[in-house]
Design a protein. Structure first.
Ligand SMILES: NC(=O)c1ccc[n+]([C@@H]2O[C@H](COP(=O)([O-])OP(=O)(O)OC[C@H]3O[C@@H](n4cnc5c(N)ncnc54)[C@H](O)[C@@H]3O)[C@@H](O)[C@H]2O)c1
Length: 251
């Protein structure tokens, strides 16, 4: 029970890595407040986790008032926050630089960088000593990749949000780290891979497997285990770190 009695907020909590991490946190004794865009998905996830253990709010992380209200709902219910997992994200376009729509570039930056900023900004007053903030960036927050310039810029920008917050919150003994998953089997990643290769889901995944030294995708549950590590006191001396869980893609 590594998170016994802890209160966690998870954005993008209704699916993929967010949902798997919320499940892992509840299994380790936490209560979670899920935030995302899909009300039905959030409700279903919360019901599965159990009404005593999970609650939810629909909020677009680019909307500052909505993020403030979602965090307010979590704090009203549970009294404080111990873990903040800022994980919501969109893929943006898949297109060469010359064709990449500028409005989509701006929106993708907003979701990832401004979104994470809103979450950290409004969670901060409710965090105490020992709290942990985790921002899901990506392997492409540490390296380049052709055809996804908006997503790459956004994922690098999240490292800036993380470092700014890590420095500023360290005097309060609050830790902030970024998580950099490699390709992980979710509908989100399928969509990027199929658009990038023009191939079927299976063929696209196989092509990506070739790029990964460990020759496979991660599962969301596997990524969740690193989220648990960063959320818990097992990582008590880690802050400001960029944590790659990528099968060696950034080697
Ligand atoms: N799957 C991968 O291979 C992979 C790799 C590296 C990083 N990531 C990152 O992991 C995170 C989760 O992705 P996933 O693969 O689990 O996909 P996913 O689509 O299951 O999760 C994304 C979640 O974010 C939510 N969301 C999107 N835009 C939002 C907004 N504006 N406001 C609030 N919520 C919003 C969605 O509703 C969804 O629940 C994302 O930040 C993604 O960039 C994924």
């Amino acid at each position: 029970m590594r998170l016994d009695g802890k209160i966690a907020l998870v954005t993008g909590g209704e699916s993929g890595i967010g949902r798997a991490s919320a499940t892992a946190m509840v299994d380790e004794g936490a209560k979670v407040h899920l935030v995302g865009l899909d009300g039905d998905g959030l409700e279903q996830a919360a019901v599965e986790l159990g009404e005593q253990r999970a609650s939810w709010t629909v909020a677009d992380v680019t909307d500052e008032d909505a993020v403030r209200d979602a965090i307010g709902a979590a704090v009203e219910r549970y009294g404080r926050l111990d873990v903040v997992f800022s994980n919501a994200g969109n893929t943006g376009a898949v297109a060469p630089l010359e064709d990449y729509p500028s409005d989509e570039f701006a929106r993708t930056l907003q979701v990832h960088a401004l979104g994470a900023f809103h979450v950290v900004k409004h969670a901060s007053p409710h965090l105490g000593e020992g709290a942990s903030v985790i921002i899901t960036s990506s392997v492409v927050g540490l390296m380049g990749f052709a055809g996804i310039s908006g997503y790459i810029a956004a994922k690098h920008a999240q490292v800036g949000v993380m470092r700014a917050a890590a420095k500023e919150l360290a005097p309060r003994r609050i830790r902030v780290n970024s998580l950099h998953p490699g390709p992980t089997s979710t509908a989100f990643q399928d969509s990027i891979e199929m658009r990038a290769t023009g191939a079927s889901q299976q063929d696209a995944a196989a092509a990506f497997d070739e790029l990964i030294p460990l020759h496979r995708h991660a599962t969301p549950a596997e990524i969740a285990r690193t989220v648990l590590y960063l959320a818990s006191d097992d990582s008590a001396f880690m802050t400001g770190a960029t944590v790659a869980v990528d099968g060696g893609l950034t080697i």
